[in-house]
Design a protein around this ligand. Structure first.
Ligand code: UDP
Length: 253
């Protein structure tokens, strides 16, 4: 078979570009250095971020696969490039929380950092112009975004991802505070875990940090959101630990 070649640009998002390829239903994703926060109101270029998120995400998708959790991920094409199954992204952001942070604390009286006894699942409507509003189950149904079986399947997968990621990151002395997943539908209509899993989409705290209560433990995009500096360095620390799990991400063939 001919080697996989990226072809025309299909879609450019905030953090990634998606290219068609010379194979049907297979697309190539390039991770960008652009950083955005607050629905893209805050923007910056962070040199090296794309490569870090690419490798962290590839390794985490492979680790999930080893735990029986499949995704759109097929392999890598070279530094910064991931090969994935083409899906149509469902405009629902699926957030799983183990500790209170971010919007949960802005929208409720819960104190930041409070451990949540049972991991909380929150669904948001993915629409920057509307500010990614929180969905109720009734609004989800009203908008017809997911079939009932898909909504339940998404929750099952998100909770399985949470258990698997929590365990593997804990072994690397990283606490998984919360994270966001996206799902898509394949051309045959199958529900598939998609997007990326990286410090852009997860809150990660250094469990090995001596200063347990300080901001120095933050190893994720909150460093950018809160102007704490050291964003690329923190992502680099996550990659260094994740590299400790095993071999380099596989090449797509
Ligand atoms: N998140 C994301 N993309 C979004 C919104 C949230 O990746 O558009 C991630 C975020 O990094 C965090 C989790 O989802 O790990 C929960 O985010 P939250 O709802 O607290 O919103 P935020 O504080 O980011 O506004």
């Amino acid at each position: 078979m001919n080697p996989l070649q990226p072809a025309e640009l299909l879609h450019e998002g905030k953090a990634k570009k998606v290219f068609l390829t010379n194979r049907p239903d297979v697309v190539a994703v390039q991770f960008k250095d652009d950083a955005t926060a607050f629905n893209a109101q805050k923007k910056a270029q962070l040199s090296g971020k794309g490569l870090l998120n690419w490798e962290i995400s590839a390794r985490l998708f492979e680790a999930l696969e080893a735990e029986g959790i499949s995704s759109h991920y097929l392999g890598c094409l070279g530094p910064g490039w991931m090969v994935v199954q083409q899906v149509e992204i469902i405009p629902v952001e699926v957030v799983l929380r183990n500790r209170a942070a971010g919007s949960l604390c802005r929208q409720t009286p819960i104190t930041p950092g409070t451990p949540l006894e049972s991991p909380l699942l929150d669904l948001y409507y993915k629409d920057d112009d509307l500010g990614d509003p929180l969905l109720t189950e009734a609004r989800l149904e009203l908008l017809g975004l997911l079939r009932k079986e898909e909504r339940d399947e998404i929750e099952r997968i998100a909770r399985a991802v949470n258990s698997a990621l929590q365990k593997l990151l804990a072994a690397l002395k990283i606490e998984l505070v919360d994270f966001k997943l996206e799902f898509g539908r394949s051309p045959s209509g199958e529900l598939i875990l998609a997007d990326e899993i990286s410090p852009d989409t997860c809150r990660l705290w250094d469990a090995g940090s001596a200063e347990a209560e300080s901001e120095s433990r933050i190893l994720d995009k909150d460093r950018f959101r809160k102007d704490l500096g050291g964003v690329v360095e923190a992502y680099g620390e996550v990659l260094k630990r994740v590299q400790g799990m095993g071999s380099a991400p596989r090449q797509y063939r």
